[in-house]
Design a protein around this ligand. Sequence first.
Ligand SMILES: NC(=O)c1ccc[n+]([C@@H]2O[C@H](COP(=O)([O-])OP(=O)(O)OC[C@H]3O[C@@H](n4cnc5c(N)ncnc54)[C@H](O)[C@@H]3O)[C@@H](O)[C@H]2O)c1
Length: 325
Amino acid sequence: MHITITGGAGFLGVALARSLLASRSELSGLRLVDHVEPSEAAADVVGDERVDVLVGDLVDPDVVDEAIGPATDVVYHLASVVSAGAEADFDLGYRVNLLGTIGVLERARELGAGRDRPVRVVFASSLATHGSAAGGRTVDASAAQRPETSYGVQKACGELLVNDYHRRGFVEGWTLRLPTVVVRPGAPNRAASGFASGIIREPLTGVDTVCPVDPATVMAVISPRRVIDAFDRLLDLPGDALGADRTIPLPGLGMRVADAIAAVRAEGGDRPLGTVRFDPDPEIQRIVDSWPARIESAPAEALGMGGDESVAAIVRQHIDDELDR
Ligand SMILES: NC(=O)c1ccc[n+]([C@@H]2O[C@H](COP(=O)([O-])OP(=O)(O)OC[C@H]3O[C@@H](n4cnc5c(N)ncnc54)[C@H](O)[C@@H]3O)[C@@H](O)[C@H]2O)c1
């Protein structure tokens, strides 16, 4: 099996690559494409003989052709300009998140023509596809998609494109719609939700941090292990395990900011803990308030893609996987 991961130097791209390399004996080639090099922390992944790394801009058709080579069976399309980045730079967001996604789908379509099973394309969408009508609420798979950020619009377009390319038989399309993934290790990216990891990650290593939203804010979150497990599970599913709507919203646990800070204190053990200072940022608060607070997903549960038990369990997972590793 040959797999390409776009955004392969990013947080989820590296974590997914590491997991596939460990669990998939049928994997013979794994190509990571990104416009930046993977960091030192990904040395174990990059060093695996099945892995090759391609550095380039996915919006360039030549890069896409090379990234998704003729032997490709599966593409995990994770490359993206994330939320605050796409809000700050309208043109860049549309170029990468919309045109880049079309380019990936077109390349997969081209390769799949005439094959028994089309190329499988797995797209990473976001809870940002909901708009403020869902803000602060519990939503399920039937909730309307009325995004109010450029990133959310771009991701919603991606979901619809995956549905249509699948319906036409051009690709075998799958979308996982992700809640905010917590805890993100390493340096923060430009996601508006970045603080949700920061208020756990930084204090646990003795670093003080700033939270831009109110302590009562509730966000729908999921742990990295749950997300990677869901991405991995798709490889074993037949294409018809899902109907015409190819989006599986992953369950999102409602994490109250104040509870996350308390969970760090409770789970931190003997570590000297950093502090969290509140410094409100109305723009970040607006974006986060337009996202659901909890996500329930019957389609995910039916496919064995469960959510997390508690905020404390997510904090412990981070300690086990990143700090005590
Ligand atoms: N992490 C989350 O909380 C979360 C939540 C919802 C959705 N998602 C989605 O999941 C996917 C992965 O997220 P992540 O947290 O790993 O993000 P990330 O920022 O760590 O990784 C995205 C990668 O895409 C790369 N990239 C951006 N533009 C590119 C281009 N033009 N060409 C090639 N590569 C490019 C970046 O360099 C980066 O390494 C993204 O599509 C994101 O929108 C993530």
